[in-house]
Design a protein around this ligand. Structure first.
Ligand SMILES: [Zn+2]
Length: 78
């Protein structure tokens, strides 16, 4: 039954398109998205377009989030 639902989700996505919701906000301009239907993941890339969330991009996003947080914290400290 579970498997059937999963496949159904994929089918719905291929027909109607994914239903993405923000999974994680990396910076105010970059977010990671997850489809509520089939659980596939996307992220905003350097060009501001949506790209498939690969392990490499996940790593880039983590670095970006870290960098952003530090810079933000520093700005507040000053
Ligand atoms: Zn989907």
């Amino acid at each position: 039954m579970k498997m059937f639902e999963f496949n159904l989700g994929k089918t719905i996505c291929s027909v109607f398109g994914h239903r993405f919701r923000v999974a994680k906000e990396v910076t105010p301009h970059i977010s990671e998205y997850k489809c509520t239907c089939c659980n596939c993941e996307l992220t905003t890339n350097a060009n501001g377009r949506l790209d498939k969330l690969t392990p490499e991009l996940k790593e880039v996003n983590r670095t970006l989030a870290d960098f952003y947080r530090k810079r933000h914290t520093l700005r507040h400290a000053l």
